[in-house]
Design a protein around this ligand. Structure first.
Ligand code: ADP
Ligand code: MG
Length: 740
């Protein structure tokens, strides 16, 4: 039985509406053991015939039998299997992988056909010996002569152990001496295979062939058999398995590094993508951060984003024990115990009500500047100031200001129960708002704090039966500490008589009640005097001009008991903003309610729109980046087209080709990613000091790194899928023709 049999087979080409004939009505039976030469002038259809026999190209008419099987119903997959079982191809232009060594070129066939490593090595070396290239086994094919290359191609065709070897003008590119060597080799092979050789130069091959077929204008014009060959009973098909994952990995990784220029270019593209995206992302984050930081909060003047305001969940006083525990939290930079003072300004007034000082209050322990005038405080009522530029009394009038007595203006009245002295001034204020800052003792802090406790509480007084609110906005009623009043006694304005029984408050008990966010309290006072214009100075010891219409004067100790119960609210400043949420959790576990400034900043609306705008821009940028890198990669991969048609010719399927390309790109993508990560680490340890890198380090955490990793890998997957589709748009033979 014939190995290949063609009955009236014709092949047409359709191009641009024109039908061209490849060959017409060919009848042919080919047997194993034959060494067939096909000759004829150029364009007579020899290659077309070989391609049809090889299953590389389809036929339009007639019947083709392979080992007795009719093939008209064969699918692409059937032909792929057929090629793998029956056909070894040899081409005029060798179609070897130039960047591989001799060994690797032959090994490739076996890897693609699922052979295990231990079988491969012996087989490959035997084949290399057989074609006489043992010395060159580790030489890159690109460095070999044409004759040697064709021997490699023969060894490769033999590796699969197919019963048919098809060679299209194998000596066309060789000098006559090399040609003879190659033909001898082929004739030797033909002893137990069917070898078909197309040649222009029949004289060269004449003495080896067993049969000569001549073609002319697409038809067989001559078919002579010189020698009958012994035909085998059973044709042994080449054994093959599907390529193993491990083999794919080997080839894929080899391909990643094989062509150095390509490898470097791809690395460059992927690194570029990684860094560009990293930079884009982190610069956006930075903009966002700056934007957020610039936000405001109407209740808090200190909008430092590292600030967390805390108070106890059970609204109790924060004790020194509590502060000790708080200082043990890692991420805490410092604590401002008297938190209310941070956001509120105080006004100090001198005795004559001539000089006014206005500024924020800080704990003296936090002062680390140098005084320009005066000295540091020596007792609790001495204060130093960092003067704001515009502060007239601390600059021009500092001589009069320093060492004179000041009182606290507590909103409605001047609190004369405690006095303060400015003893030192520092010029050149460095704070952001250019406000004067007072550095005061802890006890003074507490004293100032009372003002806010007072102002932020609901205050009521019961004169008779009902409570009267004295803190309405329109109210001009006030409780004022005065040293002259005894404890639990009060001197009240005679205006209040109206509220008391028999219109007289003298000697009656009044109940003062206060309520605020943190506590409720009340205290009973006995009215020791009711003042009016005439007796005001006698009762209070104060100047008539200071008389207040609706005041209730009480002893400072009582005032203290009411309004200075300790610290209910503090502010914590963290060291590392990134860990602020952790710190908030810890505070919550310690029993605190937290209010992080960073979450309560109002950003100007136009800036928010700008944020959306930059987000859109960056999405567009990333898409453009992807598209550009896709096309650059395609250009780089273009040189790989020959490679993929070659391995297709060697029996790898579409899927295998795609997998190989995917592995190749994934390897490069991952190396690029490692380069990216390494440079981030080096930046972190200050080996690299580039600003752009530092910015990426600042904003890249695990989440971002993972995202980028996934993105880069997806990108290489998309490229490999798209590109392998493109490779498979054309048939193998068209691709091979195009590129040679
Ligand atoms: P040979 O190998 O004998 O030189 P070919 O088999 O290459 O000849 O070509 C046979 C005929 O088929 C020629 O007329 C050629 O122009 C035509 N032909 C070959 N390949 C194509 C193709 N891809 N498209 C259209 N015509 C083709
Ligand atoms: Mg040809």
């Amino acid at each position: 039985m014939s190995l290949i049999s063609l009955k009236n087979v014709s092949k047409f080409y359709y191009s641009k509406g024109v039908i061209a004939s490849g060959f017409t009505k060919v009848n042919l039976d080919l047997y194993d053991g034959e060494f067939v030469a096909i000759t004829g002038e150029s364009g007579s259809g020899k290659s077309t015939l070989l391609n049809v026999i090889s299953g590389l190209d389809s036929y339009e008419e007639g019947e083709m039998y392979i080992n007795g099987n009719e093939t008209s119903h064969y699918t692409e997959k059937d032909f792929e299997d057929y090629r793998r079982k029956y056909i070894g191809n040899i081409f005029q232009s060798f179609n070897l992988v130039n960047s591989y060594t001799v060994y690797q070129n032959i090994e490739l066939v076996l890897l693609l056909n699922g052979y295990k490593k231990k079988h491969i090595k012996k087989n490959v070396l035997d084949l290399i010996r057989k074609v006489g290239l043992y010395k060159f086994r580790n030489t890159k094919v690109s460095k070999l002569s044409g004759g040697m290359k064709q021997r490699v191609a023969i060894a490769r065709a033999l590796a699969k152990e197919t019963p048919i070897i098809i060679a299209d003008e194998p000596t066309g590119n060789l000098d006559s001496k090399s040609a003879v060597g190659v033909l001898e080799l082929l004739s030797e092979i033909a002893k137990d295979k069917l070898v078909i050789v197309v040649t222009h130069n029949y004289d060269q091959i004449e003495k080896y062939v067993t049969r000569k077929i001549t073609m002319h204008d697409g038809r067989i014009t001559e078919d002579k058999t010189f020698k009958t060959v012994t035909k085998k009973e059973n044709i042994v098909e080449a054994k093959f398995k599907n390529i193993t994952f491990f083999n794919k990995l080997r080839i894929g990784i080899r391909n990643a590094f094989n062509i150095k220029v390509k490898c470097l270019l791809l690395l460059f593209v992927f690194c570029f993508v990684a860094f560009a995206m990293g930079f884009e992302y982190s610069s956006n984050k930075e903009d966002e951060y700056i934007l957020k930081k610039s936000g405001e909060n109407i209740y808090f003047s200190d909008t430092n984003d590292k600030r967390i305001i805390i108070y106890k969940k059970n609204k109790s006083v924060i004790t020194n024990d509590d502060f000790d525990k708080l200082t043990k939290i890692n991420n805490i930079d410092y604590i401002v115990k008297n938190d209310i003072l941070i956001d509120n300004f105080i006004e100090l007034v001198d005795e004559k009500h001539e000089k006014y000082l206005y500024g924020s209050v800080k704990d003296i322990s936090g002062y680390n500047g140098t005084l320009d005038i005066g000295r540091m405080p020596e007792n609790d009522n001495e204060i130093i100031a960092i003067a704001a530029d515009y502060d007239y009394y601390l600059h021009d009038k500092h001589d009069e200001t320093i060492n004179s007595i000041f009182y606290l203006n507590n909103g409605l009245t001047i609190d004369k129960s405690a006095s303060y002295k400015i003893v030192g001034i520092q010029y050149g204020n460095s704070n952001l708002n250019n406000e004067t800052e007072f550095y005061v003792s802890e006890s003074a802090c507490e004293n100032f704090n009372k003002v806010y406790m007072y102002n932020n509480s609901v205050k009521k007084i019961k004169f008779n039966e009902t409570f009267e609110r004295i803190d309405n906005i329109s109210s001009d009623k006030a409780i004022i500490p005065l040293n002259k009043v005894k404890e639990r006694q009060a001197i009240v304005s005679s205006q209040f008589n109206y509220y008391c029984k028999y219109s007289n408050c003298y000697n009656k008990n009044i109940v003062f009640n206060l309520h605020n966010q943190y506590f409720d309290d009340s205290m009973t006072f006995k009215v020791e005097g009711t003042y009016n214009k005439n007796n005001f100075t006698r009762l209070t010891g104060l100047n008539k001009s200071e008389m207040y219409e609706y005041a209730i004067y009480i002893n400072p100790n009582d005032y203290n008991k009411l309004f200075n119960k300790g610290i209910y609210q503090s502010s914590i400043y963290v060291k590392d903003l990134k860990q602020i949420d952790d710190t908030i959790d810890k505070l919550s576990n310690l029993g605190y309610k937290t209010f992080a400034i960073k979450d309560h900043l109002d950003v100007y609306e136009p800036l928010e729109y700008m944020q959306i705008f930059t987000m859109i821009i960056s999405v567009i940028l990333i898409v453009i980046l992807f598209v550009i890198s896709y096309f650059v990669t395609r250009v780089i991969l273009k040189s790989r087209k020959v490679y993929f048609s070659t391995i297709r010719m060697l029996g790898s399927t579409k899927k295998v080709c795609k997998n190989l390309l995917t592995i190749e790109l994934l390897v490069v993508a991952n190396i690029s990613f490692i380069i990216f990560l390494t440079s981030l680490i080096l930046t972190k340890f200050n080996v690299i000091t580039l600003g752009a890198f530092k910015m990426i380090v600042e904003y890249f955490e695990f989440k971002e790194i993972l995202m980028l990793y996934i993105l880069i890998n997806i990108m290489s997957l998309i490229i490999s899928v798209k590109y392998s589709k493109k490779i498979f748009k054309n048939s193998v033979i068209t691709t091979l023709k195009e590129d040679n």
